[in-house]
Design a protein around this ligand. Structure first.
Ligand code: F6R
Length: 606
C-alpha cells in the first residue's frame, strides 16, 4: 500500500511531509510526490524513484508554504513513472490516494466525454477530476466537493485533497484504507500509518470507514459523506516508532498474516460481477478460451498453483497442469498455441519463473502473470497480468501474497469457466457469493486462533513435523510444512494424506507432531481414517478442523478451528492456522521471523 501524509500549521510543510514519507519508506514504493499551498498558489513536485530523487527536485525548486500533502506510491493501476506519481492534479485540485477505484474505467469514460483530459494511467486521477467537476458547478466548501466526488466512487480509498481555491484547508477521507490524524497545538498532521506522525505528536484520531474530515490548523471537522458531524475519540499512542511500523505487531509476518482479509478483498475488488455471474481479469479479455492451462511457479506460489488446478479444472473443466518453473524450463516442455500459461510470482522477479514463462511464450502459448508487484519483470513479459493487490509484503515468508494469489486464481477460474461454457450461472453465482464471504471468514478464523503460544511451546523441541491433507488441503499441507521449515528451521514434510501408508507412516511415533488438515466436506471421512492411523501409532495429532465439527476431538490432541467454506475455497482459511503455527513455533525458538537465514524476498538467481 502507498503512504499518505498531510500537514497544516506553522512549520515548513515540505519538511514535515518529507520526514513523514521517510518514516513510511520501509513499506516499499516506486515514486513519490508532494503538493504544497502558499499564498493561494499550489505547487507540485513528483517523480519516479526514491525519496532522494524528490529531495533533489526540492533542492532545485523550494516549495514554501505551511499546508501540503505527500505520497509514496506503490503502483496498482499504471506502471511506476513520473506521470503516474501522486499528487494528481485537475484544475485547482490535487489528490493523493491509497486504495483502488473499482469503477475508474466508467468514471474516466464519463469524464472524458465531458471534456476532461487525463495525464496518467492511474485510477486516482478520476478522483481529482470529480472534485474539480464538483467545484466547477459553483462555490462550495472543499469538503462538500470531496463528498460529492466520493459519492460516485466505488472501491477503497484513503485520500487527501488540496485546492488552491481553499488555501487554508485540506480534506481527507477514508474507506477500507487506513488513515490517522495527529492533532497538535495549532497544527494537524495526517498519515496513512502512525509512524509518519509519531515524531510530532502522540495524540491521534484513528478514522473510521466513511469518515470525511475538513482540516484547518486550528480545527478538525469529521463528518460522514452526507455531511453529518461525527465525533471520534482521541487516543494517545504509546508504541515506539519501530512498533508503529508494524502497527503494534512484534513482526511484519504477524502483521501481514492479519492483513490477509484486506488483501483478499482488495484482490477480489471490482473483479467479481454478481449481477452477471461473471468475473473479469482487467480491461482486456484473454485472446481465446484455452484448451489447456499450465501454471508455472516456485515455492509458495507453486502451492497456490496447485490449488489453482482444483479451481480451474472444477469450474472450467479445462485440463490444468502445474509445474515447478525450475523444472519446466529445462525439460523441453510440450506447450504452445492454445495453451494458457499462468506464471504466479509475488515478486514478479523470480529468475526461474521468468525464464520458464519466456520459454512458453516463445513456443506460442498465451501467457498471463499473477503478480503482486506492478511492472515487475514477469508482469512485463506476459501478454496479460492479473495483479494481486496484497500491498507490499515485507516478511520474507510469504503469507498475504499467497492468499491473494488464491483469490486471483478463483477469479481466473470463474472467468475461464464462463467463457468455456462449462460453468453454469447458478454455480458461478454460488462460487462468487462464497468468495465474497471469505474475507469476513478469514477475520473470524484469525480471531479464533488463540492458544498458539502454548501449542508452540509443546513442540518447540520437535525435530520433524508431518503435514497431511487431501484434495485442496494437500497443497496447504505442503505450504504449512514450507512455512514451518522456513522460519523455525524445523524439518517438515507435507504429504497427501492418502499417501501416508505408502511410506511416511514408518516415521510416526510419539515424538512426531502430525498436522492434519481435516475440514468438513469432500474427503473428510477419508482423512478421519488417516487420523485414526496416526493416533494408533501414538503420533501427536494437531487437527485443522471446521468450527462445529463434533467428531474430530476424538482423533487428536489439539484442534485449530477454521470457518466453514466449500472445498475449493477452504485453502483460504485452512492455511491461516498453519501460518500462525509456524510463526508461534519460530518465535518460541527465537528465530529471526522476518528475515530467516539464507532466504531472500526475491530470488533473482537460478
Ligand atoms: C516462501 C516464499 C518462497 C517464494 C518463492 C517464489 O514463503 O516466499 O517460496 O514463494 O521464492 O517467489 P515469487 O512468488 O516471488 O516468485
Amino acid at each position: 500500500m502507498c503512504g499518505i501524509v498531510g500537514y497544516v500549521g506553522t512549520r515548513v510543510a515540505t519538511s514535515v511531509l518529507m520526514n513523514g514519507l521517510r518514516r513510511l519508506e520501509y513499506r516499499g514504493y516506486d515514486s513519490a510526490g508532494v503538493a504544497v499551498l502558499s499564498g493561494g498558489k499550489m505547487q507540485i513536485l513528483r517523480c519516479r524513484g526514491k525519496l532522494s530523487a524528490l529531495e533533489a527536485l526540492l533542492a532545485e525548486t523550494a516549495l514554501p508554504g505551511n499546508l501540503g500533502i505527500g505520497h509514496t506510491r506503490w503502483a496498482t493501476h499504471g506502471r511506476p513513472s513520473d506521470e503516474n506519481a501522486h499528487p494528481h492534479k485537475a484544475g485547482p485540485v490535487a489528490v493523493v490516494h491509497n486504495g483502488i477505484v473499482e469503477n475508474h474505467v466508467a468514471l474516466r469514460e464519463r469524464l472524458q466525454a465531458a471534456g476532461c483530459t487525463f495525464s496518467s494511467q492511474t485510477d486516482t486521477e478520476v478522483i481529482a477530476h470529480l472534485v474539480d467537476e464538483a467545484l466547477a458547478k459553483g462555490p462550495k466548501p472543499l469538503v462538500t466537493a470531496v463528498c460529492e466526488a466520493l459519492a460516485q466512487v466505488e472501491g477503497s480509498y484513503a485520500v487527501a485533497v488540496v485546492s488552491d481555491l481553499h488555501p487554508d484547508e485540506f480534506v481527507v477521507a477514508k474507506l477500507a484504507s487506513p488513515l490517522v490524524l495527529g492533532v497538535g497545538e495549532g497544527e494537524v498532521f495526517v498519515a496513512s500509518d502512525a509512524p509518519a506522525l509519531l515524531e510530532y505528536t502522540r495524540e491521534v484520531i484513528f478514522l473510521e470507514d466513511g469518515d470525511v474530515v475538513a482540516i484547518r490548523a486550528d480545527q478538525v471537522e469529521i463528518m460522514d459523506l452526507a455531511g453529518k458531524p461525527i465525533v471520534r475519540a482521541k487516543k494517545t499512542i504509546t508504541w515506539t516508532a519501530a512498533q508503529a511500523e508494524k502497527a503494534g505487531y512484534p513482526h511484519f509476518m504477524l502483521k501481514e498474516i492479519h492483513e490477509q482479509p484486506r488483501a483478499v478483498s482488495d484482490t477480489l475488488r471490482g473483479r467479481l460481477l454478481p449481477d452477471t455471474n461473471d468475473a473479469v481479469l482487467g480491461d482486456e479479455e484473454l485472446p481465446e478460451v484455452p484448451k489447456r492451462v499450465v501454471i508455472l511457479a516456485c515455492g509458495t506460489s507453486y502451492h497456490a498453483g496447485l490449488v489453482g488446478k482444483f479451481l480451474i479444472e472444477s469450474t472450467a473443466r479445462i485440463p490444468c497442469e502445474v509445474d515447478l518453473a525450475s523444472e519446466f524450463r529445462y525439460r523441453d516442455p510440450v506447450v504452445g498455441p492454445g495453451d494458457l500459461v499462468v506464471a504466479i510470482s509475488q515478486s514478479g522477479e523470480t529468475a526461474d519463473t521468468l525464464a520458464a514463462v519466456k520459454e512458453a511464450k516463445g513456443r506460442g502459448a498465451t501467457t498471463l502473470a499473477i503478480c503482486n508487484v506492478v511492472d515487475s519483470a514477469i508482469a512485463r513479459v506476459c501478454h496479460r497480468v492479473l495483479y494481486t493487490h496484497a500491498g507490499p509484503e515485507i516478511g520474507v515468508a510469504s503469507t498475504k501474497c499467497f492468499t491473494a494469489q488464491l483469490a486471483a486464481l478463483a477469479v481466473l477460474a470463474i472467468h475461464v469457466g464462463k467463457r468455456s461454457g462449462n460453468l453454469k450461472d447458478a454455480d458461478a453465482a454460488a462460487l462468487i457469493s462464497e468468495l465474497m464471504h471469505i474475507p469476513a471468514k478469514m477475520t473470524e478464523t484469525l480471531q479464533g486462533l488463540t492458544g498458539m503460544k502454548e501449542l508452540a511451546r509443546k513442540h518447540v523441541h520437535a525435530r520433524d513435523f508431518l503435514f497431511l491433507g487431501r484434495g485442496t488441503s494437500y497443497p496447504i499441507a505442503l505450504e504449512g510444512a514450507l512455512k514451518l521449515k522456513e522460519i523455525s528451521y524445523i524439518h517438515a514434510e507435507g504429504y497427501a494424506a492418502g499417501e501416508m501408508k505408502h511410506g511416511p507412516i514408518a516415521l510416526i511415533d510419539d515424538g512426531l507432531p502430525v498436522v492434519v488438515i481435516a475440514p468438513l466436506g469432500k474427503g473428510y471421512d477419508k482423512v478421519l481414517s488417516n487420523l485414526a492411523e496416526v493416533r494408533a501409532r501414538e503420533g501427536h495429532v494437531i487437527a485443522v478442523a471446521t468450527v462445529g465439527d463434533k467428531a474430530i476431538a476424538e482423533y487428536c490432541q489439539d484442534i485449530l478451528w477454521v470457518q466453514d467454506a466449500p472445498h475449493l475455497l477452504q485453502p483460504l482459511l485452512t492455511v491461516l492456522p498453519l501460518q500462525m503455527l509456524a510463526y508461534a513455533v519460530a518465535v518460541a525458538r527465537g528465530s529471526d521471523v522476518d528475515q530467516p537465514r539464507n532466504l531472500a524476498k526475491s530470488v533473482t538467481v537460478e
